[in-house]
Each structure stands twice: as structure tokens, then as C-alpha cells.
Design a protein around this ligand. Structure first.
Ligand code: NOJ
Ligand code: CA
Length: 691
């Protein structure tokens, strides 16, 4: 097989841009210099060289070395080694690996300091501040291939990528392997989920020493180094290439790029750049939470995306999980016109702007995982009229979130995708939740990993086409986040980890205390929060009811679901629901207050261009007291704090409904003491008192 000529990116990707309105660069300072190295005219390129690339504050240093032709690097923070000398390289099919026979041609450095405004996210205005060095290399022996290594060093991390320019020796390349090492101290503690498993990213986190990582794990891979530093290894701008997993190779972690069915990692035409290899570096675990390297390493959008709007949604969804309704047509079919209208009425009453409808289209009968190959995305079941539902929604000021469950049958989906998007758009539907259930995808008649180059190309194609149709996506069973939502802000959110669909014993309370330091470093997640029927026998969930509110603050998503059935919100717990109604879906600023990986996480966030603040906290299986210092709110102002907290006797196993709601007047500098029950949490809304 070969991928050449199968280019599915209709509009290209990651071009320079800087569209109109939000997403634009607000100001830039650039300083570009030629490092003045051996000239292009030198007869023999030098096989020895050292470049130190320092962060703007000088404390983090990446050193690139050319050592007798071998390319390698190491990283130090405050003179302490974070990544020991590690080899770099690419193994090319049917040729020598590009790793140890290079000479230096030249190098360029530049400094960038710019700020830009996001369309949505955890932080509205973002500073992109780094020093860059690009090192141009040529093999000293035949076939004299050219390779560029580009390093960017930020105050909070190091990124580098391989660039293979157009050259005489080759115009395309089959990547057999990528030889990037990350030689961190093997005694470091790591938190990871396994790669190449049937449920993709939907696993519990395990805590292992780095020297135990014999099997490939997904990134972000977060590690506490023996020096005390916290790092997370990941990638940015993953396009047209297999996704990077990591595993131990000797004493180093090494890139293991998700292979295609034929074992190759990528088929690329030149010029080509790999995704950025990213090492986020923090002094504490919560430092990682505010690392914005991924977004900064992606390009600004090319077009205007001001049509994109974050939202909250109810769903014809959880009723299926608890067995009241079904996805498939029949007596208990969930997605009927009648149910949809009832749920739209509920959205209007609850102040929730959108409604997800799953199971509306043809394809859910029988063994849906197997029959997914025949799913039709433009044909509704006989008891569902999408036009009537969408019209009714519009009359009530509600939007519909359509649903495309592809079951990974990409060949079937891509045949229909344009018509499927057009079908929904013609009916006024602007949001789609897509799904890729199944352990592998079916692409070009072959089984492929979701995270292989062909999978990556499909997700990108679906996203770019969605942008053309002005459709916003919530992707389940996705490719992991690598910051591309900066360039494609219609990629609203993803699943890509275990979410609450696993509840019923399969999820442990610590899971939500791992996510902020691992999966969520890669971007927002649709965790399907807001389940109030916590004690339901058929789908019992490992959480107190108050913790369900905390998730809206601790787990960022620009599309947040209120996942339970609306009657619980309307009839049983309108007092708690008020928080879900009020909580924003994009933030001006994010201030993590405390956190220990797998144990607890507390974060404060300021409303987008607003002065309200929200605080959320979660704990693992252990109950704990926390002290919050309100030093983030404006000084000399009274705030009304509405506090939703666990009662002293609450417990995720047998007393989920123990909760207290109280109001206090607070000021900057005040201290609030709170108790989180085992498997519990809290949520606080802080609103300025009117004077
Ligand atoms: C898995 C998704 O995560 C879930 O939200 C969805 O309901 C099912 N697939 C069916 O599409
Ligand atoms: Ca899922």
C-alpha cells in the first residue's frame, strides 16, 4: 500500500494566517539573527557543533549537539538535568537512518514575543514567548540528505521538530521509525494510559516508575522527576503523521509512532515537518495546568471563525445508558420527534442553549458495532423528523447538536460526509457530536489504528470540511489534542479519555484527579458531567452529587453537557442545577490553586471578559479539608460566594446526596475552609456584590 497521492487534506493545514477578529495576534516583537556558523560554501560541513537555546528568562536551556555527525540534545532547568543526552533521528524505509552522519550547514535564531486572543478556551489572551534556533544539516555521506532541526524554548518548556526540505536525494519519504529519545531519569514517577488497546484512550491511569514503561503509553505522559520538576511529554500540531506513543528502549523513553497496517509510520511528500515534540516543564504539578505551549506551537487560524460559539447542551443520551430508552428504533426508542420536543422545552426552561440527539439516524438496529459499516447519515428513523425538530428548536431559541456515530467505518462515512454535513446544515444544525467506537478503524478496506497517519488524516478531513460548512465538532473516540484547535477553532471539544459513560463501577474517583495533569493538558474534554441520578442502580456513579458541579470548572470543555435527564434538573434538584446554568464555557483566566496528581485538584477561573469567578475542587477516594485563599478576586470589593459543598457525612458510595448550599460575603484575602467527602468535591460561584 502507499499513501502517496491519497492526500485528503482538501484545504491544506497549518498555514500562516492571522484571520480577522479574535484569534488575531495582538502585538509582536521579533528579533532574528543568523548564528553566523560555518557557511554554505564550506567544502565539508562540520560534524561537531553545539547550540544552547535558552528560554527568555534564561532558566531553561535546550542544548543541541552534533557529535561526530550524530544529532542529539539535552535539557537543563536551573542547571539541573531534566533530559539527559538523547538521540534524534528518522529511520527511512530502504535507506540508512538519518541520525548519525550529519554535518552543519548553518543555523538561524530568533526571538518571538507576541500575544494573541483566543476564540474560546481556558485563557482569553495568551502570550507566546520563546527563543528559536533552526539548525540546517546535511549528511556528509551519500545520499547527502538534508534535515533541519527547529528548537523553540519557552520559560515553561522545550519543543523541537524535524523538517525535511525539498531536495535532490528524495521528493517523498516513507518513515519506518522515528528515533527521538527522551532520556529522563528512569526513577521518575509517571502517570499513563496504555497505547494500542481496543478502547483507545479510555483507560484508568497507572502510576509507574519510568523504568517500568516497557509497553507503549499515550501522551501526554506526565512525569515527576527526582529533581522535583514535573514534566509532560507530548506533541503539538499533529497533522498527516502517526501519533506519538512512548516506550522504554534501553535507558531512554523513545518515540513509537503509531504504525499503519503495513508497519510503516508515515508516507509523506517533501517538504515535510513532523509534529512538534514537546517537553512541558513545571516546578509543580499545577504549573503544567497553565502551560500554553501546545496552542502557541500551532498556527493562528487562516479564516474568520467568529461564527464559532461555545455552548452547553442537554442530550437524548443518559436515558439510553440507564436503560430507559434505546438508540435503536422500537418501543423505547429515545430519538423520537416527541421526545426531542419535550427535551427542547426543557432546554428552554432550564436555560440550556442546545440539545444533542443520539440514535436519530438509520443504523442502530441489531449489533450496532458490526452494522456500523452500513450507517446512513442522511436518513432518519421513521419516528424522527429532523426538520420538524430543528424548526421547533429554533422557535424556542434552542440549537440541535446532531450526532454521527461512524463506528470507525471511515470508508462508509467519507462517502457520505459531505451530504451528511449538508443534510444537517440545511436544517439549521451547526453542532455535531461525532463518534468512532470500535477498536480499529476501517480505512481503504483495511483495519487501521485510530491514531495512525490514516486516522489522523481522517479526523483532519472531517474537521476541515466541517469548517467549510461552519459546523462545530465534539469528537468522541478522537485523535488526541495537540493544540490544533488554535488553527481550527470549530474543534470545540473531544472525549479521548474515560468519561462518565464508564460509570457503574468502572470509574474510580481518583480518575478525575489524574485528568487535569494528564489528558487535560492536551485540551478540553467532553466528560458528560452533571449526572444527578448518582445512586441509580443500573449505572451507579462514583461521585457525590456536588462533585458533578465541580467538573464544570475542573474539566474544561467549550461544549459542556448537562448529561442527565432534564426532569432531575427541573423537578429534583433545581437548586444544584442553578450552578450548571450559570457556569461559563470559556474563561478569561485560569488559576490552579492546589493539586496532587491522582489525589486532588482545585482551580479558580474567571468568566470570559467578566468579573465573576468560579472555583471547583475534586478529591479521590479520600475525604479531605482544603483551605482556599481568595487572593485572585479584585481587592476592596464584596463578593457573594455561593458555595455548593458535600455534607460532613457525604460519601460517593452510600451517601451521594449529602450536600449543602450556602452563601457568604467574602473579600480578597479571605480564607475559606472546605471539606470534600470521599469521591466528592465542591463548586463556588463568586459574584461581585452590587454597590
Ligand atoms: C461512545 C461515545 O463516547 C458516547 O458518548 C456515545 O453515546 C456512544 N459512543 C454511541 O455513539
Ligand atoms: Ca467513548
Amino acid at each position: 500500500m502507499g499513501l502517496f497521492g491519497l492526500e485528503k487534506l482538501r484545504f491544506g493545514h497549518s498555514q500562516n494566517g492571522g484571520g480577522n477578529g479574535a484569534g488575531k495576534i495582538l502585538n509582536v516583537k521579533k528579533n532574528i539573527k543568523n548564528s553566523g556558523l560555518s557557511s554554505v560554501f564550506a567544502k565539508k560541513p562540520r560534524r561537531e557543533a553545539v547550540f544552547e537555546i535558552k528560554s527568555p528568562n534564561g532558566r531553561l536551556v535546550a542544548t543541541f549537539m552534533l557529535d561526530k555527525g550524530q544529532i542529539c540534545y539535552f535539557v537543563k532547568k536551573d542547571e539541573q538535568v531534566i533530559v539527559r543526552r538523547s538521540k534524534l533521528g528518522i529511520a527511512v524505509k530502504d535507506d540508512r537512518p538519518m541520525t548519525d552522519d550529519f554535518g552543519l550547514i548553518r543555523a538561524y535564531s530568533k526571538s518571538i514575543d507576541e500575544t494573541w486572543e483566543a476564540y474560546w478556551g481556558e485563557q482569553r489572551v495568551i502570550r507566546n514567548h520563546y527563543n528559536e534556533t533552526a539548525i540546517y544539516l546535511e549528511e556528509t555521506g551519500k545520499p547527502n540528505r538534508l534535515l533541519t532541526l527547529r528548537f523553540r524554548v519557552f520559560d515553561d518548556g522545550v519543543a523541537f521538530r524535524y523538517e525535511v526540505p525539498v531536495q535532490n536525494a528524495m521528493d517523498k519519504m516513507i518513515v519506518a521509525d522515528e528515533l527521538t529519545e527522551f532520556t529522563v531519569d528512569v526513577n521518575g514517577q509517571s502517570w499513563s494510559i496504555p497505547a494500542y488497546q481496543p478502547d483507545r484512550y479510555e483507560y484508568d491511569y497507572t502510576n509507574k516508575r519510568v523504568h517500568e514503561l516497557h509497553e507503549s503509553v499515550h501522551t501526554p505522559l506526565t512525569i515527576q522527576c527526582p529533581t522535583g520538576h514535573y514534566i509532560s511529554l507530548h506533541e503539538a500540531a499533529l497533522y498527516n503523521y502517526g501519533s506519538m506513543t512512548l516506550k522504554l528502549d534501553g535507558a531512554s523513553l523513545r518515540s513509537d509512532i503509531t504504525p499503519l497496517a503495513d508497519g510503516m509510520r508515515a508516507y509523506v511528500e517533501l517538504p515535510f515537518s513532523t509534529p512538534w515534540r514537546v517537553i512541558m516543564v513545571g516546578n509543580s504539578a499545577v504549573d503544567l495546568v497553565v502551560n500554553r505551549m501546545l496552542l502557541n506551537l500551532n498556527e493562528p487560524p487562516r479564516d474568520d471563525f467568529s461564527w464559532v460559539s461555545p455552548t452547553k447542551f442537554l442530550g437524548i443520551w443518559w436515558a439510553m445508558y440507564v436503560g430507559e430508552w434505546t438508540w435503536a428504533p422500537g418501543e423505547r426508542h429515545g430519538a423520537t420527534t416527541e421526545h426531542a420536543k419535550q427535551y427542547i422545552d426543557a432546554c428552554a426552561k432550564l436555560g440550556i442553549p442546545a440539545l444533542l440527539i443520539e440514535g436519530w439516524n438509520d443504523g442502530w438496529e441489531g449489533d450496532w458495532l458490526e452494522n456500523g459499516r452500513y450507517n446512513k447519515f442522511t436518513e432518519a428513523t421513521p419516528d424522527f423528523d429532523m426538520r420538524a425538530v430543528a424548526n421547533y428548536a429554533r422557535e424556542n431559541g434552542v440549537e440541535i447538536v446532531g450526532h454521527h456515530e461512524t463506528v470507525g467505518f471511515i470508508d462508509n462515512y467519507e462517502e457520505q460526509i459531505e451530504d451528511a454535513y449538508a443534510f444537517l446544515r440545511e436544517r439549521g444544525v451547526r453542532y455535531i457530536k461525532s463518534g468512532y467506537a470500535g477498536s480499529k478503524m476501517m480505512i481503504n478496506g483495511q483495519r487501521e489504528f485510530h491514531h495512525s497517519q490514516l486516522g489522523v488524516l481522517h479526523y483532519q478531513y472531517a474537521l476541515e470540511l466541517a469548517a467549510e460548512y461552519q459546523i462545530m465538532l465534539d469528537v468522541h473516540e478522537p485523535i488526541k489534542g495537540t493544540g490544533i484547535e488554535r488553527t481550527w477553532p470549530n474543534l470545540m471539544t473531544r472525549e479521548g479519555a474515560r468519561g462518565q459513560e464508564y460509570e457503574g463501577g468502572a470509574l474510580v474517583p481518583s480518575h478525575a484527579c489524574f485528568l487535569p495533569f494528564t489528558r487535560l493538558l492536551a485540551g478540553g474534554m467532553d466528560y458528560t458531567s452533571g449526572i444527578f441520578d448518582v445512586g441509580n442502580f443500573s449505572k451507579r456513579i462514583a461521585s457525590t452529587i456536588v462533585r458533578q458541579l465541580a467538573y464544570y470548572v475542573t474539566i474544561y470543555s467549550s461544549m459542556q453537557m448537562a448529561a442527565d435527564r432534564p426532569q432531575l434538573y427541573l423537578e429534583n434538584f433545581p437548586d444544584l442545577f442553578a450552578f450548571i446554568r450559570d457556569v461559563p464555557v470559556r474563561w478569561e483566566k485560569t488559576v490552579p490553586l492546589l493539586g496532587e496528581i491522582g489525589r486532588s485538584f482545585v482551580v479558580a477561573r474567571q468568566a470570559w471578559q467578566g468579573d465573576e469567578w468560579y472555583v471547583g475542587g475534586v478529591t479521590n477516594e479520600e475525604g479531605r479539608k482544603v483551605e482556599l485563599y481568595l487572593d485572585f478576586i479584585e481587592p476592596r470589593m464584596d463578593y457573594v460566594a455561593t458555595i455548593y459543598r458535600d455534607s460532613e457525612d457525604a460519601h460517593y458510595r452510600d451517601h451521594q446526596l449529602g450536600y449543602v448550599i450556602e452563601e457568604r460575603i467574602v473579600r480578597r484575602g479571605d480564607r475559606i475552609e472546605l471539606y470534600m467527602a470521599p469521591g466528592g468535591g465542591f463548586a463556588i460561584k463568586l459574584k461581585k456584590e452590587k454597590t
